[in-house]
Ligand binder design. Structure first.
Ligand code: TYD
Length: 423
């Protein structure tokens, strides 16, 4: 189900040193274990009764002291994680606003807007972003996503999509048949990839001299600053620093050109990458981010202590509520909800259900527990006294939408950045 990964995927630290073909001696270097949640179920492995779960795997973070990349100690087989993927890009207003901002930043970076451009999106999910970029004037779009179920939805919305993982081989076959894209976009997919050498080689093959590559990834500094430990799960293989990215690209024909910070998903960065032979000098932001980044193994080790404090705080509130006869539900069956519920050891006795708007998750159970997912229906939420907001990255939007719940005396328990009760 999984394999161990003991060398840094960005800079190669702790990789065995031997010419290929010769049995390698283990390296004397070692990545440093900095955080562990023990053995956990796969966060998006929502199943119906009677269906088999994919299983459990260790959830442990290792830190590279050379380039500051943090990565999981194991890689779960991608075909197990993504074959029938329940994560669908949220149609929420916050996400649509973010897409608008992204389109604006891409247009700005291109210099002449995105009208008439050809765009390839890696990890295109249900095609929502490509559809929007086409409406903004992109001439031709192509999605690439290994999840068959999502590629099908995208095609139904007229977004041509290849249901395959992005690899150097795929890039080669695309470049034989198509002109170089103007923009290659990958949102929240790079840190799901194990073999960065192959992925970056694919980008090098596909990118022309003027192609703009835009990778949106969660920013590790936000995770560390706000102890977002619930974003650590098996799909997120890496927790990326700018320093690690620069280190990875140093051996390639690509260079980090510009970094833009976003608030989405608890804090993300857009990494604008260009071909080394085409790039103007990097934007000031690259040096500024590098100067500000001070990540050490100790920084990571504080996440463990702070996470334990948050877990204890949530358990106490939920136990106090249920012991006094109050009813508690969850709001948003995010991957984060699976991490929280398993870390706290909750069952349906404490959390009766989680409501969610994603049809793919409905009437299934939270992985590792018996907590069911029910529709995001007012009537369901309103029978609870407390709703734990597991989709805390949409806090404002959910509070606005659920005013009748809070006006009727219902309270949200929001676990981010610190566990608190609202109102
Ligand atoms: P999300 O935070 O996007 O991702 P992750 O799984 O990476 O943690 O998940 C949010 C979940 O919350 C998603 O399943 C959709 C759901 N949701 C609602 O049910 N209602 C809402 O109003 C919003 C904003 C999200």
């Amino acid at each position: 189900m999984y394999k161990f990964r003991t060398s840094c995927r960005a800079c190669g630290y702790a990789a065995p040193t031997a010419p290929s073909g010769i049995k390698a001696a283990p390296s004397s270097e070692k990545l440093i274990p900095v955080f562990s949640l023990g053995v956990q179920p796969l966060a998006n492995d929502f199943r119906q009764d009677g269906e088999e779960y994919s299983g459990y795997a260790p959830l442990e973070v290792l830190f590279c002291p050379r380039c500051t990349l943090a990565q999981l100690s194991v890689v779960v087989r991608p075909d197990i994680l993504y074959r029938n993927y329940a994560y669908v890009t949220s149609p929420s207003q916050m996400m649509l606003d973010h897409f608008q901002k992204l389109a604006y930043d891409l247009a700005d970076e291109m210099g002449h807007g995105i009208k008439d451009t050809q765009i390839v999106e890696i990890g295109s999910n249900d095609g929502r972003l490509l559809n929007m970029l086409r409406a903004e004037g992109a001439r031709e779009v192509l999605g690439i996503d290994p999840a068959q179920n999502l590629a099908k939805i995208a095609r139904e919305h007229d977004v041509p999509t290849l249901a395959e993982p992005f690899t150097r081989d795929l890039a080669r076959s695309l470049s034989e048949h198509k002109p170089e894209p103007d923009i290659i976009l990958a949102r929240h997919v790079f840190c799901h990839v194990d073999d960065w050498q192959d992925f970056v080689a694919g980008l090098e093959v596909l990118a022309g001299k003027d192609t703009l590559i835009a990778l949106e990834v969660p920013y590790v500094v936000d995770l560390l600053d706000r102890c977002e430990f619930d974003t650590i799960y098996h799909e997120h293989l890496s927790y990326l620093s700018i320093r690690a990215m620069v280190s990875l690209l140093s051996k390639t024909n690509l260079v980090l050109h510009h970094v833009i910070r976003y608030a989405i998903h608890g804090g993300a960065i857009l990494l604008i990458i260009r071909r080394r032979d085409a790039a103007e000098p990097p934007h000031d932001s690259v040096g500024q981010f590098l100067d500000a980044e001070k990540i050490t193994a100790e920084t990571w080790q504080t996440v463990g202590a702070n996470a334990s404090g948050k877990i204890t705080a949530l358990k106490r509130i939920v136990m106090d509520a249920t012991q006094t006869g109050k009813r508690v539900c969850g709001y948003g069956a995010s991957a984060k909800s699976t991490v929280w519920i398993n870390a706290c050891g909750f069952s349906k006795k404490q959390i009766e259900f989680i409501c969610d708007s994603t049809v793919q998750k409905l009437y299934r159970k939270t992985p590792g527990t018996d907590v069911p997912i029910l529709p995001e229906d007012q009537a369901f939420v309103q029978c609870s006294d407390y709703a734990i907001m597991f989709a805390w990255n949409y806090e404002r939007e959910i509070l606005d939408k659920q005013k009748s719940f809070t006006n009727g005396g219902g309270k949200f328990i929001i676990p981010h950045p610190n566990v608190r009760i609202v109102p």
